[in-house]
Design a binder for this molecule. Sequence first.
Ligand code: ATP
Ligand code: MG
Length: 464
Amino acid sequence: MGIQKRLVGSYLAVIAITVTILEIFLIFSVKSYYYRNVERVLTSQAELSASFFHQYFDAEDLEKQPERLLEGFAHHSAAQVQIISLTGQLLQDSSGMQVGHVMADYPDVQEARNGDVGIWRGREPSTDESVLAVSYPLLSMDSNVGIVRYVTSLTETKETVDHISELLITVGLIVVAIVTVVGVLLSRTITSSVSDLKIAARKMSEGDFSARAKKRYQDELGTLADTLNAMATKIQRDEALKNEFISSVSHELRTPLTSIKGWAVTLHSNHGEDRSMLEDGLRIIETETDRLTRLVDELLDFSKWDNGLMELYRVPIDLPDFLRKIGKQLAPRAARLNISLEVHVGNALPSIQADANRLKQVLINLIDNALKFTSDNGTVTILARSVEDGVMIIVEDTGSGIAAHDIDHVFQKFYKGNGSGHGSGLGLSISEQIIELHGGSLTIESRIGVGTKAMIHLPVCTKS
Ligand SMILES: Nc1ncnc2c1ncn2[C@@H]1O[C@H](COP(=O)(O)OP(=O)(O)OP(=O)(O)O)[C@@H](O)[C@H]1O
Ligand SMILES: [Mg+2]
């Protein structure tokens, strides 16, 4: 069953039950109100007549001149008035019913004979009409001498009650109808959003990630549409990135392979005659193979990251010592390039928990970049200081700097700025991931022609 049917169905069920209960209650109240009213009027008339009799008549008048009494009793009443003897015989009747009729069977008359007020609602056997009768004992000298009985037909009252009931039922049905229409319209606003979502989701499941869910309202379904669209955008972007990644990888693999293949062919046709050429060729093949190996290692790292398999082996690190060792390791290369490599690290640094090999990989990447893009007589400085919530390690150079339009892209995989021929463009991307895995951040500031500053922020209390 569709959502719309279910929604409308539940609205309807609730409204129908409410309306029915309300109607039953109302109709019952109206009915009892009307009947009670009639009963009250009759009772008060009977009571008035009885007290009138008590004051101005006595037992003799009842037997001798019931006509005169009846005249007095029926004077103000539209109801049928009867005067009945204590034995239950009809003495007088305002509607001309046969005098002498035995009335003792009526429950109200029986009550009045016992001295109580008798009220009876039922069918009058002679006319088969629904009636209400009130019998009141007539007292003379404090003893019961007869009965005055007021009878009224309930047909009219019944008709009024039926009429009101019909009206109430009609109103109830109209309410249910209006609620049904409003319910259908309201539920349509929900179901239309849902079916939009359904269509978009189906397209996406079939691989069409350019499909977008329409957002109609700012509600939960609207949020769901946004989420779905954001997901599709991300998948599209990832797809594009994946394709780009594959083509970059193929391209990166091709360059060293071409060179290896070229040298292999050259050396093969040379038959080992030119010794120096052989050595050159083999050296190039060796470096290119190293480059390939490094590239493949880096790609493996990436796939580990993507699959969430990269794990850190954290150990406490004595940063000053750690940084000085790295500086020492890279000093020969800096000297060869005629660049001064300086390490300025105070000893008052908090100890941090980090994966030493990975952190070293990051620093070598950064220093490698700094050396690569700094010319003769330049300076590369490694600084470390403690900051409020951790430590900051900075690799600063006086090199070429990075153009403003490049700086946003340097962290992308395979991104290489203008004129940087060597390298795969993976260094910063990998470094950033390693630092983020440590809970820190890597940022780069640069001014073209002035130099570049790579800053690693690592929190002290690093939990993995
Ligand atoms: N210190 C720097 N000075 C100037 N440009 C830099 C510096 N560091 C990075 N860049 C720019 O950012 C690019 C991306 O750097 P990244 O380290 O990711 O790749 P790469 O050094 O080219 O290759 P790889 O590190 O994989 O060998 C570089 O190609 C270069 O254009
Ligand atoms: Mg690099």
